[in-house]
Design a protein around this ligand. Structure first.
Ligand code: FES
Length: 121
């Protein structure tokens, strides 16, 4: 079911390897926490739920990159994820049913980061 595209934030709000921009996506029974980051110049968004235990990755709001700025990391037990596709790369997320973080379709349009018009239900 198509939905109207939604502006999440301005492109300049998300820097490469920097602080993620947090937002929510519609879902049943309640909205899901999510974040968007910039990795190698491209924007990537994920549901903010670790594949190990479904808690938010960031201890400090928006701090989802590890110190190298190359990987996404869960602050709880240190699971590592590929920012390119959300895949689990190491730590407690390994071997869990989920292959990693749940991607969310986003794009950049006229200086905005936009949630693509798809149903994430
Ligand atoms: S809850 Fe994320 S690594 Fe355990």
């Amino acid at each position: 079911m198509a939905r109207a595209a939604r502006v999440i934030c301005r492109s300049e709000d998300v820097q490469d390897g920097g602080t993620a921009y947090r937002f929510e996506i519609d879902a049943d029974p309640r909205p899901l926490p999510a974040f968007v980051v910039r990795h190698r110049g491209a924007v990537r968004a994920y549901v903010n739920q670790c594949a190990h235990i479904p808690v938010e990755l960031d201890w400090q709001p928006g701090q989802v990159f590890d110190r190298s700025g190359l990987y996404l990391i869960c602050a709880t037990h240190g699971a590592l994820y590929d920012p390119e596709n959300g895949r689990c790369l190491g730590g407690p997320c390994r071997g869990r049913g989920l292959a990693g973080l749940r991607p969310i379709a986003v794009t950049e349009r006229e200086g905005d980061i936009v949630l693509m018009d798809v149903d994430h239900g």
